[in-house]
Design a protein around this ligand. Structure first.
Ligand code: WTA
Length: 662
């Protein structure tokens, strides 16, 4: 592991979290009506597997019931509900229609431009069936992979569920990722079809998507046979005859009787790529039964969902796991009514989100700390202009939430009334793992607190021994859970190495954490070479590779420096190649850095663009050649540079710091 991977390093600067003493118990009224009571912990503790079986049977409809809850004999590859059979799309839409709830609104969709669509469960069911029939016509069969590269429009959810209806695992690629990133993901999963759109609206403008798909497929080395294109913005698109098909020419003419394909519980539902510690993204794959059971269970209990009356809104994009579990699967399996919004929070004005909350009378809101901090920056007047009294639970996910942001969220958005649930989980865990229960837990700002009933987590030291209360270490998951990843697509070894080898037999999450005197957990952030920028995982190595792929860069080191708004920000240090360094004049240096930033955006996506790039003469390395990012982070965060004695050349840091002062 790299030099800065100790949990203490992750804790740097966050020590103050642990002196937080404010407590926010649920009101008696909230507690009295809550779905989850303290008894849920007892039930799960008494018979963990029996508890999960109960949840899976209560919350899902199985075409064939299961007899075995968990088979862990081939650990770490779990089989949950292994001999059960079901279909995810049937559970998300059809069964609600069959139960007489077809007229309930599934999605209140709000376009950035103010256009809206209201989609009932009956309509959603029919659209999913038609889209599945269209995909089948394009050659998609059970088991085939389909890439989805769409903006936040209802077709994104429809496309995911249409794949699930066929039993064709989807691989959603965030629309902000580049053609190159899309190309890698298409090939890694061998996707046969890509579903995209001409474009989407962002920041008041039509932003094209189709050209990135065309670029990704231009080299001709992908297995893609068809590209299904949703018409959203109406902008001009290049067209490849025989390959490209308009959604509105093939989907609407299909019958609605395309039946859900019954699959085994362990049939792959989706692949979702996430950054790891090497340059190559990991294709995390999830299966059907366990994933859906935990998605529905957590959505129901953590948000206290009442499907008949609540209006739920998760602001995540479907390109991330939060969009998978808490936009598409959890809420729809639970028959919830939800809001889906296409655009950015400040278009056309900084109160847009709050206007949406007022308009749809949103009751349950789920968002990220970075968004909350941004709203804090914009000021209380923005939300203050709207009626937010419908809200009754607020959720946070994606990175540690600072106590101040937590308290602001509750006070300004939640009217000092709503429980706030700080939910810890990962792409790999599939669903929420550690979180308060809103009707039970006396919440502590900044702490995710307790593993949910049915989940086992702990904080361990270097040897894998649980740390005593009041100490820090590594966050681990000590028992298998239904929504756990079943592997890394096509890379069994990496699955073992990344998660199961640090502490044999238990899952290593890659986060540092502390256990306080009450036994509550405080997640402090990554202890590996993964950064968290605005709740998005980015790999330092991946950005370094992107920089080095530019002809003028000889070497690069990237660190995540703390940032008030985005949590962390990407700061890069580069050594230029001799010719480039010689040619660089004062005047051209700025342009050159702009070019390098644009290059990273092109290689990975705009989210990976470094906040700053510093040209340096050398990088600090240990005698074995490992870059000491810890020291670069000191520079990036304007701190006194730490211990340099393990450097091969101890003058390097002085050179870098001198260069910074120029
Ligand atoms: C971080 C997002 C602190 C953590 C669902 C984790 C958090 C990574 C929290 C996963 C939280 C997520 N408190 N840190 N409540 N939630 N994280 O895969 O570092 O995009 O390992 O999944 O985000 O990010 P991912």
């Amino acid at each position: 592991m790299a030099d800065h991977t100790s949990a203490d390093a992750a804790a740097g600067g966050l020590e103050n979290l642990l002196v937080e003493e404010r407590r926010f118990p649920p009101s008696p009224e909230f507690a009295a009506q809550a779905n989850a009571t303290a008894e849920l912990y007892d039930r799960a503790a008494a018979d963990r597997l029996g508890f999960w079986a109960e949840q899976a049977r209560e919350l899902l409809t199985w075409s064939t019931d299961f007899s075995e809850v968990l088979d862990w004999s081939d650990a770490p590859r779990a089989r949950w509900f292994g001999d059960g059979r079901l279909n995810a799309a049937y559970n998300a839409v059809d069964r609600h229609v069959e139960a007489g709830n077809g007229e309930r609104v599934a999605i209140h969709w709000e376009g950035e431009q103010g256009d809206t669509r209201t989609i009932t469960y009956a309509q959603l069911r029919d659209e999913v069936a038609r889209a599945a029939a269209a995909l089948a016509e394009l050659g998609v069969q059970t088991g085939d992979r389909v890439a989805i590269y769409l903006p936040m429009i209802p077709e994104a959810v429809v496309a995911m569920l249409a794949c699930a209806r066929i039993g064709a695992p989807h691989s959603v690629v965030f629309g902000g990722f580049s053609a190159e990133a899309l190309h890698t993901r298409i090939n890694d999963a061998s996707a046969k079809v890509v579903i995209t759109a001409d474009g989407g609206y962002r920041r008041g403008k039509a932003s094209a998507l189709k050209p990135a798909v065309d670029d990704a497929l231009a080299s001709g080395d992908t297995p893609v046979e068809k590209v299904l294109v949703v018409r959203r913005t109406g902008q001009d698109v290049a067209w490849t005859e025989g390959r490209d098909v308009w959604w509105d020419e093939v989907v609407p003419r299909q019958d609605t009787d395309f039946a859900p394909v019954d699959v085994e519980a362990e049939h792959p539902l989706f692949i979702l790529y996430t950054s790891g510690t090497t340059g190559k993204p990991k294709g995390i794959f999830h299966t059907t039964g366990g994933y859906l059971a935990q998605s529905a269970y957590t959505h129901r209990n953590v948000f206290d969902l009442k499907p008949e009356t609540d209006v739920y809104w998760c602001t995540a994009d479907i390109g991330w796991v939060t969009g998978h579990t808490y936009v598409t699967y959890g809420p729809l399996v639970n028959g919830a009514t939800q809001v889906m919004y296409e655009g950015t929070p400040d278009t056309p004005h900084k109160g847009r989100w709050w206007e949406i909350v007022e308009k749809y009378k949103v009751t349950l809101l789920y968002t990220a700390p970075t968004a909350i901090r941004t709203c804090m920056k914009w000021g209380e007047e923005e939300p203050g202009r709207f009626d937010l009294s419908s809200l009754r639970v607020l959720g946070s996910v994606g990175e540690p939430i600072n106590p101040e942001a937590w308290v602001w969220y509750r006070r300004v958005i939640g009217g000092d009334r709503t429980p706030v649930v700080d939910t810890w989980w990962q792409t790999e865990t599939g669903a929420i793992m550690i979180s308060p229960l809103p009707g039970v837990t006396a919440a502590k700002p900044g702490s995710a607190q307790t593993p949910l009933p049915g989940i086992s987590a702990d904080v361990v030291d270097e040897q894998g021994e649980p740390v005593p209360a009041g100490s820090g270490g590594y966050l681990v998951l000590t028992e298998p859970w239904p929504a756990m990843l079943r592997g890394i697509w096509g890379d069994e070894q990496r699955f073992h190495d990344t998660y199961w080898s640090r502490f044999p037999g238990i899952y290593f999450a890659g986060d540092g954490a502390k256990k306080d005197e009450d036994g509550d957990l405080w997640v402090l952030g990554r202890v590996d070479d993964v950064m968290n920028v605005s709740g998005h995982r980015l790999s330092t190595t991946e950005i370094e590779s992107a920089l080095v792929s530019h002809p003028t860069v000889a070497e690069a080191a990237v660190v995540g420096a703390s940032d008030d708004t985005t949590g962390q920000a990407v700061v890069a240090f580069v050594i230029l190649r001799g010719e480039a360094a010689a040619a660089a004049s004062e005047a051209s240096a700025e342009d050159h850095i702009a070019e390098l930033r644009a290059h990273v955006a092109k290689e990975i996506g705009p989210i990976a663009k470094p906040r700053s790039i510093l040209v340096v003469p050398e990088l600090p390395k240990t005698r074995s050649g490992k870059i000491m990012r810890r020291l670069l982070r000191d520079v990036a965060e304007n701190r006194q540079v730490g211990d340099v004695t393990t450097l091969a050349d101890s003058t390097v840091m002085a050179q870098i710091s001198a260069g910074m002062q120029k």
